[in-house]
Ligand binder design. Structure first.
Ligand code: MEV
Length: 315
């Protein structure tokens, strides 16, 4: 028995970090995907294969003893085998075109595609049910996740998201062109989120006023997205970057990349946890090549991206 699923990576347009504390965020999925193939096996073991390495465990092994970036997939395989009362094991193959550990949702897309692919061996769950498993799986390595990344990787398109009310699609008539530039400084989302928590605890008043400002920015962002007002949207992307600077998730390399990208784009900011990872710029199509050239000229890795409207796909 074989089951295949694929899910897109993502960028956060507005609201990373603040979303962990209940503020709304705006995210969109991008046209870079991960594909997960699962097959049932006779042996009582779980085997995960990916371009980042492999792991095999016996089904009887407790997950509490395992320290591995593959823990979410082991969790999904074990939980779903047990839930459907199946004998034997599962082999899971992950093939990803999303750069990992740089804020583009590779881990969340893998959790979503793996939840769909593994559960697809036994049943046909709705996207909502798959999302629930994907978030549970992600929590095995990132306890405080807001769930925003898995949500956009599941439903695709542009969404507004908050922890309490979940997600709502934003319909925008625009054909957005993004330039994503990778600082190639890997980061752990978990530890950057912890660092922001530390900042919040020491600066409660500043943090709460930033949350209010971010909320106002996001109201404007929804309106500009609907009106396709890219100029105004770019300006508030850059405004959002100021808030990210204040909470301490930027660094010199990211600032340099933003400065270069801003010469030919509507606006730019860090996307995802920060302190490494990527920046995103909203660009006019006519200036796309120039923006890429300027960044490449300074030896910054970059590529263009478009919105993926499909989200999770199963085969
Ligand atoms: C990471 O892509 C986004 C953060 O806001 C964490 C989260 O939402 O779980 C930093």
């Amino acid at each position: 028995m074989k089951s295949v699923a694929s899910a897109p990576g993502k960028v956060i347009l507005f609201g990373e970090h603040f979303v962990v504390y209940g503020v709304k965020a705006i995210l969109c999925s991008i046209n870079k995907r991960v594909k997960v193939t699962s097959i049932t096996t006779e042996e009582d073991s779980i085997y995960i294969k990916s371009n980042l390495g492999n792991i095999t465990i016996s089904r009887s092994k407790s997950l509490d003893e395992i320290k591995s970036p593959f823990l979410p997939f082991l969790y999904l395989a074990k939980t779903l085998l047990d839930k459907f009362d199946k004998k034997g094991g599962i082999e899971v193959t992950i093939e990803s075109a999303i750069p990992s550990g740089v804020g583009l949702g590779s881990s969340s897309a893998c959790c979503v595609a793996a939840a769909a692919s593994i559960s697809g061996l036994f049943t046909k769950y709705s996207k909502k049910e798959i999302l629930k498993f994907a978030i549970e799986a992600e929590k095995t390595i990132f306890e405080n996740t807001s769930g925003a990344d898995c949500t956009v990787c599941t439903f695709g398109g542009i969404i507004e998201y908050d922890k309490e009310n979940g997600s709502k699609k934003i319909d925008s008539p625009s054909n957005f062109h993004f330039v994503i530039s990778n600082s190639n400084i890997p980061h752990s989302t978990n530890s950057v989120v912890d660092k922001v928590n530390h900042y919040k605890e020491k600066n409660e008043l500043v943090f709460s006023s930033l949350c209010k400002e971010e909320t106002e920015l996001i109201k404007k962002a929804v309106q500009y997205l609907k009106e396709s007002d890219l100029g105004s949207l770019g300006k508030i992307l850059t405004k959002n970057q100021e808030y990210l600077e204040k909470i301490g998730v930027s660094n010199n390399k990211l600032r340099k990349m933003i400065e270069i990208a801003n010469q030919t784009s509507y606006g730019s900011k860090i996307t995802g946890a920060g302190l490494g990872g990527c920046i995103i710029s909203l660009v006019n199509e006519a200036k796309l090549d120039q923006t890429l050239e300027n960044l490449e000229h300074k030896n910054f890795e970059c590529f263009s991206a478009k919105i993926d409207s499909k989200g999770l796909d199963t085969f």
